[in-house]
Design a protein around this ligand. Structure first.
Ligand code: 3HC
Length: 299
């Protein structure tokens, strides 16, 4: 079938960025039996991601092999061993078929990375960005291989969330797009296809929804707890919007809104939210900092 030929086209994947998303993407790729190199310029970040990957793999393998602890251990161990780590993006892409970038959401930083990678990677290598709010076309503008560039947008927590948004840029060819879709399936995700529009599908709906929930709280119309209970029990969402904001990160939520507000000043849904800005300025970023709208036990 076409899918098996395309799947076999990608054997070696390089993930750039050892944060939450990059680690999760590396993990699901390794779970699917592919060789992975996880790159971060900071080796402390890599040590932390290896730890979180190992924890997550242990949980998942125990679920897959419920009645066979030996198999579970073997699965986790083998997947973990497929992930090489590196602090040098240029040497890491020398023999790779697919590069997925999951670094800071800053266009200039992404441009300088992709320019370097474009010169170092083989001609056939596909480049993808896991950006959640920047334009794929704008990111791709600096590379020569615009035909082999697209978006692969995962969701947090990557090992659990079943969706992958596959984003077509202006110059993404059919073969590149199909290879990305088939690769997504090969790592166990359900793929949806989307044009290069702000927030693609999920964040275009989710971010304004979270923003509206914070505005509702800000107006004093309901408490954070009641807003969350309402959406969990009234709309069957696994998390309410306020706890989801804390989970995604208030800095990330603010960053996405600010970027869109600048680009689309007439869109009222994207306008700044004083309560959100205040929390972020106080360093209250959500679960990761121990406090956001709610308080959390430090991990
Ligand atoms: N690795 C392995 N297992 C994990 C895990 C991980 N990273 N995270 C959670 N789990 C497991 C837990 O261990 C638990 O296992 P158990 O049932 O055997 O105990 C199971 O998943 C359920 O977790 P919890 O009991 O802690 O809590 P929940 O039942 O609430 O599930 C959740 C947690 C899966 C995160 C669920 O609440 C959920 O789906 N929330 C919504 C998440 C969401 O909307 N994500 C998208 C955010 S937007 C985004 O990512 C885009 C970006 O661009 C901004």
């Amino acid at each position: 079938s076409s899918s098996s030929t395309v799947q076999s086209a990608i054997k070696n994947v390089t993930i750039i960025g050892g944060g939450l998303m990059g680690s999760g993407i590396a993990q699901v790729t390794a779970q699917a039996g592919q060789d992975v190199t996880l790159v971060d310029v900071n080796s402390d970040v890599l040590a932390k991601s290896q730890k979180s990957i190992s924890n997550s793999l242990n949980k998942i393998s125990k679920k897959i092999y419920k009645d066979n602890p030996q198999e579970a251990e073997k699965f986790a161990k083998e997947a973990f061993a497929r992930i090489k780590i590196s602090t040098d993006p240029v040497s890491a892409v020398k023999e790779t078929d697919l590069v997925i970038e999951a670094i800071v959401e800053n266009l200039e930083v992404k441009h300088s990375l992709f320019q370097k990678l474009d010169n170092a990677a083989p001609a056939h290598t596909i480049f993808a960005s896991n950006t959640s709010s920047l334009s794929i076309n704008e990111i791709a503008s600096v590379v020569k291989r615009k035909d082999k560039f697209g978006g692969l947008h995962f969701f947090n927590p990557v090992p659990i969330m079943r969706l992958l948004e596959v984003v077509r840029g202006m110059d993404t060819t059919d073969i590149t797009f199909c290879t990305m879709m088939d690769w997504g399936k090969s790592v166990g995700k359900t793929c949806v296809s989307c044009k290069d529009t702000p927030g693609f599908i999920v964040n275009r709906l989710l971010v304004p929804y979270i923003a509206e929930a914070i505005r509702l709280l800000e107006r004093g119309d309901a408490s954070a707890r009641d807003i969350d209970i309402a959406m969990k029990l009234g709309a069957a969402y696994p998390m309410g919007p306020i706890e989801l904001a804390d989970y995604v990160g208030l800095d990330t939520t603010k960053f996405i809104l600010d970027g869109w507000a600048k680009k689309y000043p007439d869109q009222a849904l994207f306008r700044p939210i004083p309560t959100l800005n205040k929390l972020v300025s106080e360093g209250k970023l959500g679960v990761k900092s121990g406090e956001g709208f709610y308080k959390y036990e430090k991990k």
